[in-house]
Every structure is written in structure tokens, then in C-alpha cells.
Design a protein around this ligand. Sequence first.
Ligand code: UD1
Length: 341
Amino acid sequence: MILVTGGAGYIGSHTCVELLNAGFDVTVFDNFYNSNPEALVRVEQITGRKPELIQGDCRDRAAVVAALKQSQANAVIHFAGLKAVGESVEQPLSYYDNNVVGTLRLLEAMQECGVKTLVFSSSATVYGDPVQLPLTESHPLAPTNPYGRSKWMVEEMLRDLYRSDNTFRISILRYFNPVGAHDSGLIGEDPQGIPNNLMPFVAQVAVKRREILNVWGNDYPTPDGTGVRDYIHVVDLALGHLKALEALRNPQVNKFPECLTVNLGTGRGYSVLDVVRAYEQVSGRPVPYRIAPRRPGDIASCYADPKRALELLSWQAKLGLDAMCASSWHWQSINPKGYQS
Ligand code: UD1
């Protein structure tokens, strides 16, 4: 049994689908702060299997202990957390509370219950401004905002915990830019309010829920002047979590002196305009845009060196930009208002 915190969220729900399809039993632990219970109904529709649900908050240690006992989980995949960079600058304490304290309480509960296998959702944002590309896992860690620092602090906590007790099995997965949706069109990203991220914004422009995309800057030192990112299909990302679990269960993992820390990216960068063009192509809809000033805090380019994931997890992203845009469009056109549609 796997306890999936934040299992009703965007990446969590896609991972639940892959876990259930692979035969794992799943209990979701979610407070529905930024997610919708409907996602779990859809997970069941896709897989024909029902994930157990325990509504609760990771900061409530007793609730996590109860969930671990009730579910008899032997591993945890920990997605629950806040993830908006801008909001983290305005409300840093809320980010440290949810992301850092939430994980601390979860770890205490796991220790109390003797559950020692954990896959943690980190982010490429822990690297900060790249000093060298592609980003390898040994790139210095220098996050530039409270959200990124909350992920980095949890990583440090996990490294210290593993050093103190190497019977823990811990994987830290550093995601690049997750996009797209499940092929069924039943689950996908459902941002509240105005989307901050590129692909959901483009999707809402294509479906005419918003008028025009602002392209934040076209004077970056990139091929077309717009920002370059390593977009990764959320289904590939979900499969990376299964591979991480598998690797942690492999006795060879004892040989790792550290937590099993890997980038999950494709290794390929696409510009904002590449994404716009691909989206127009697969949707057959125009995506009008205008060039606007740079967004504060943005960097020119960011993409992964994905070699370590291949070596240690035997995982590699398989789906390209067209599949990412096509699945995003499928989800968006069936569910123009997300789970409220
Ligand atoms: C952002 C977060 C990062 C987080 C990631 C999750 C920042 C600074 N970083 O990354 O910490 O892990 O989301 O996916 O917020 N763009 C536009 N117009 C838009 C939206 C975006 O031109 O309306 C451009 C951006 O300038 C950037 C690219 O699209 O070049 C991707 O932006 P976004 O999807 O927000 O992701 P990141 O900024 O890479």
C-alpha cells in the first residue's frame, strides 16, 4: 500500500493512475486545499480501481499517524504542498508552514510508524539561476524565492535524516516543467484563478476563455529571444515516481551514500514561441500573443541533464512537445472550466 499525499492534485492524480494500473494499492491523503475530490472519481473511471481516501493535512501529525496505520502503507509519495512562486514571495510563512513543517510532521509520523520509504516531490527550482546547462544533480543549490527555498530546506532535512538512519529509503525527484494531461482527457491541470504557468494559460487562450497570451520578454539570449524551458509530460513524470519506488526497493540502493536524487526532465528545451506554435498546430486554434516586459525573477534558459535518471531509475521521458500540447488540449476542450465543467 502506498500513501500518496496530495494525491488529488495535478501530478498526484496522474501518479495514482499509474500506480493503480501497475497493481499498487493506493491511499490518498489530501486536504483539498488546491485540489478537487472529483479528480479521484476520474482516477477510478480511468483505472477501474478505487483509491482509498483519507482527508487530512500533513501538518497534523496525529492525522498522518492515523492514516499510515489505517492504510498499512509501507511507502509514501509526498506531493502535498503549495507551489506558486509569486504567492510564496507574498506569504512566505504559509510556504514554510505547509511545505517544510508539513514534511517534518510527515517524517515524524513515518518514523513513529516505522514507514521508511519516501519519494519526495522536489523541483528544478532548487538550482536557482543556472551557472551551467544542462542542469546536473550536482549543480549548486541556490533557490531564489521562498517556494524554492521551502523545497531546498526539505531536501536538506531528508539528507540529514538519511545520514542519521540509512535504513530510510528516500528519493528526491527534481521536476522540470510538468505539462499536459492524461490521454483520457479525464484528469489534468486545474489552476485556480489566472494561471501563472505557460501551458495552462495557452490552453485557456486556445479555448477562448482568455483573450491573449503575454509573452514575458523576447530579448533573452535564446534562439528566438523568449524563455526556454524543459517541459515534461505529466504522464512521463508520473511513471518516474514508479521507477523511483522500484529503485528504492532494490537492495543495491544500499550502495547510495545519499538520498536517491534525480532530475526528471527531457533534456530538451523549448521556447515560449515553440510552445505557442505547437499548441496552435495540434488544437487547430489560434493562440494570439503579444510581447510584454520580462517577468521579474525569470531566467533565460533551464533544462535538465536527464542521464542520471536513466542510469539509476532506468527512466527516460518518452513523450514529446506535440503529445504534451495535444493532451493538454484534449483535457481543456472537454473540461473548459476544469473539474467544475
Ligand atoms: C515556474 C516557477 C517554478 C516552478 C514551475 C512549475 C517561476 C519563476 N518559476 O517555472 O519555480 O517549479 O513554474 O511548473 O515562476 N511565460 C510567458 N507567459 C505566461 C506564462 C509564462 O511568456 O503567461 C513564459 C515564462 O516567462 C517562461 C516560460 O513561459 O519563460 C515558462 O513559464 P512557467 O510555465 O511559469 O514556468 P517557469 O517560470 O519555468
